[in-house]
Write a protein that binds this ligand. Structure first.
Ligand code: ATP
Length: 280
């Protein structure tokens, strides 16, 4: 590849070049003119303003932005936990206003039931949904295997490492069959080595499931290594300032982290993203 080609590949385009518009897949989740404000004293504090976003059913989207730009608020609205002040959220054209099994969430902390084993935690939502014992055991075993925890299925949460707890949380969320999986900085409490291994797990799981993953992170490297599409937000009020396809994934192939990091464009994309997040 020529230097000119490498440079253009590393250029982050303007917001106008919406990644969603370039997508072949039909949108699964659609946010239109979304806004969120809180009343503080006598005045209004605008957290999110005019967010328009279409998420396709098989995308891996990473959301980056400085602290306080409204990333978690946006995720909580998509999850149905928070009601926007304005605008709409729709799943397959249907208004989405409250939590539904179609939207799964993985938080920074796994929040497992301490009295249930890994298998018990993964089965819990399935039991609540009325699935038969045999079926939910099979379903849970499938997802426990997917996250690589077969050998730990009968352990209690206090017998698990941080990474294992997060893998259990991911299996629990995936087992309920959501259309979209929202993840709010799921690896930020983990050490660097565990974090890298979790990134490989998530990348492989996305490959296998091809569901929409909406992944919030503060870590530019993490976004570049995982996100096929990257969204950058800015605060005051929180809005999307960039939304682009990650040029490190030019096709359907999913190279591993080492290959991606050694790509000529990785460092340049990283530099541009750090500058964008800093408001450059
Ligand atoms: N219940 C609330 N009342 C008033 N302001 C709130 C409330 N919840 C959030 N905010 C404000 O909304 C803004 C966005 O918060 P949010 O947690 O969504 O940001 P964030 O980008 O996820 O931040 P971080 O990266 O630090 O987690 C912040 O300024 C926060 O103080």
């Amino acid at each position: 590849m020529s230097v000119a080609e490498q440079t253009s590949r590393a250029e982050i385009g303007p917001t106008a070049e919406r990644a969603a518009d370039l997508s072949d897949s039909r949108p699964s989740i659609q946010l239109k003119e979304l806004s969120l404000s809180y009343r503080q004293g006598g005045s209004e504090f605008r957290v999110l303003e005019r967010i328009d976003l279409a998420l396709a059913q098989d995308e891996f989207v990473c959301v980056l932005g400085p602290s306080g730009c409204g990333k978690s608020s946006l995720l909580n609205i998509i999850a149905g936990y928070l009601k926007p002040t304005g605008g709409t959220v729709a799943i397959d054209g249907e208004a989405h206003i409250e939590p539904t099994p179609q939207v799964g969430v993985v938080f920074q902390h796994a929040n497992l039931f301490p009295w249930l084993t890994v298998a018990g935690n993964v089965e819990f939502g399935l039991r609540m949904a009325g699935m038969s014992k045999k079926e939910r055991k099979q379903q849970a075993a499938h997802y426990i295997e997917m996250v690589g925890l077969e050998a730990a299925a009968s352990r209690l949460p206090h017998q698990l490492s941080g990474g294992m707890k997060q893998r259990t949380a991911l299996a629990r969320t995936l087992a309920t069959g959501p259309r979209i999986v929202l993840m709010d900085e799921p690896f930020s409490a983990l050490d660097a080595q565990t974090r890298e291994s979790m990134q490989e797990h998530v990348r492989r799981i996305w490959e296998q499931t091809r569901r929409c993953f909406f992944f919030i992170t503060h870590d530019v490297d993490e976004a570049l290594l995982l996100g096929r599409r990257i969204i950058v937000m800015q605060p005051n009020p929180g809005r999307i300032v960039h939304d682009f396809r990650n040029p490190l994934f030019p096709d359907a192939e999913t190279p591993d982290s080492r290959t991606l990091r050694s790509d000529h464009t990785f460092a340049e994309l990283r530099r541009q993203l750090v500058s964008l997040i800093a408001g450059g």
